[in-house]
Design a protein around this ligand. Structure first.
Ligand SMILES: [Zn+2]
Length: 482
């Protein structure tokens, strides 16, 4: 009997200890923001077969550590794995989240090159025409639909956004500088963008460029920052091929816009087996460090979409929104979430909330009078609402008879009219959200694979037009906080 009592008490103690640990965890979670680490691997090298083994080793190691990563796979890489009979690699990767990383990656024309001179709508069709086949190959070969996309190198184009949505991809996961919002996730072009993360783009360098202790220190500072500010995301990426080579597979074949036929492809220089093992250990240490830091969770692109998709719509009065537009046309955010400039305009026009794209061109104002007769303005508003409802896109300009108001001036005029009904005064709008788009058409597209001196100001102009859709993404957990 005595023995039984002791065992029961021990069990109770164990239960109690578990309960205390659990309560501590819960109180930590509710009191402090969580740091979500998205660990992703651009799986793209279809030239060096050792990169297949690297992908296998990384995926297997992470599975053993209980960590789910995101593998963004190139169409030709998926087809190559299939051709080489690497079902072991395909199976190991499919235990993780699968993303898409373009059909051919570095074979010309690359996305920014083929999109550069296309408009928004034809560019979206062209992206879909060129990229859907690779997306379908990745889905067929891995047995699951890619949930995110990221461009090869810096070959970004805003026309990809509507095409990706049509393919069923709702997350843009990459590193780049063309557009960005406060170094954290944002909604842009109807997609959750994990992009341009500034100090929250972190990785333990494989080649000692930064000592690992310094990376751990930066990681810990980010975790402390997010603990105090309601949570956030650290984005960490590698390429499996980096673990087995000392030069990039594409740079040795396709530099500066070069074309090379398959029979002329050369393989990149290899690391020694000892060096490769050392690289795996660096990744292992980084993941272990993150795993053992309180308040840190590993997430996939799919998890992030769930964490940032908020069913609750933030509420702002139309007067608040109209006054906001008078200060400058931009998104608005509060603790309950945010509205993009497009969301705001829809509410001011009395339209039901829905995602709509930005305008396709920069409209101009040819209307020079200082006020608009009410019937003409009412017809313009009706016409704008009809355009938005029919096209799920904002118009570039709105007609007042035979003359026009640019979208910016129309939005500012609508806002002014909400605040002072009666005479319609023409008001000029200032597009403040354009500050979140790069003004460096060469620097933001810098990539050894782009043709020498490549510059894409047209893509940045389209990016600015689409910034009507920009707003900060808000963690669901922050919403649940009392
Ligand atoms: Zn890549």
């Amino acid at each position: 009997m005595e023995g039984k009592i002791t065992i029961d008490m021990r069990r109770e103690h164990a239960t109690l200890r578990f309960l205390i640990a659990f309560m501590l965890m819960v109180s930590f979670a509710s009191a402090q923001g969580i740091t979500y680490v998205v660990l992703w691997f651009d799986t793209e090298d279809y030239i060096e077969p050792a990169s297949d083994d690297a992908a296998l080793r990384i995926a297997t190691d992470l599975s053993q550590m209980g960590v789910h990563a995101t593998f963004k796979v190139v169409g030709e890489k998926a087809r190559t794995l299939k051709r080489r009979g690497r079902t072991d690699v395909i199976q190991a990767l499919s235990m993780h989240c699968i993303g898409y990383h373009s059909n051919w990656h570095s074979i010309q024309p690359v996305p920014a090159v083929y999109e550069q001179h296309l408009g928004f709508l034809e560019g979206a069709d062209e992206f879909e025409r060129r990229e859907r086949g690779g997306f379908q190959d990745v889905r067929r070969i891995f047995g699951k639909s890619p949930v995110c996309y990221g461009q090869p190198g810096s070959s970004w184009a805003p026309q990809a956004n509507p095409a990706l949505r049509r393919m069923g991809i709702h997350v843009y996961l990459d590193a780049g500088t063309q557009v960005g919002l406060r170094d954290q996730p944002m909604w842009y072009g109807g997609l959750l963008y994990i992009y341009n993360m500034g100090p929250y783009q972190l990785r333990a360098e494989l080649d000692h460029k930064t000592p690992i202790a310094q990376t751990f220190h930066e990681f810990d500072s980010a975790v402390h920052h997010f603990a105090d500010t309601g949570g956030g995301v650290i984005s960490t990426y590698y390429h499996p091929t980096e673990f087995v080579t000392t030069e990039f597979w594409d740079a040795v074949n396709f530099a500066n816009g070069a074309t090379a036929e398959r029979d002329r492809w050369v393989r990149p220089k290899r690391r020694s087996p000892e060096e490769t093992e050392r690289c795996y250990q660096i990744l292992h240490s980084y993941v272990e460090h993150a795993k053992h830091t309180p308040g840190v969770r590993f997430v996939t692109a799919e998890d992030l979409l769930r964490l940032y998709s908020n069913p609750a719509k933030p509420h702002f009065s139309s007067a608040t929104l109209a006054r906001h537009f008078q200060q400058g046309i931009n998104f608005i955010s509060s603790d309950s979430g945010g509205l993009s400039a497009a969301d705001i305009l829809l509410q001011l026009l009395g339209l039901p909330p829905e995602y709509v794209d930005g305008p396709t061109t920069r409209g101009v104002t040819t209307y020079t009078d200082s006020s608009v007769p009410n019937p003409i303005f009412e017809r313009a508003v009706t016409d704008a609402k009809s355009f938005i409802t029919a096209n799920h896109r904002l118009p570039s300009e709105v007609f007042l008879g035979s003359r026009t108001l640019s979208l910016a001036d129309f939005a500012a005029t609508v806002a002014d009219h909400v605040l002072s009904p009666g005479e319609v005064r023409v008001t000029h709008g200032k597009l403040d959200f354009e500050q979140f788009v790069s003004s460096d058409p060469m620097g933001s597209f810098k990539w050894p694979i782009h043709p020498a001196g490549f510059s894409a100001p047209e893509l940045l102009e389209l990016a600015r037009l689409q910034a009507w859709t920009l707003k900060p993404a808000r963690l669901r957990t922050a919403m649940g906080k009392q």
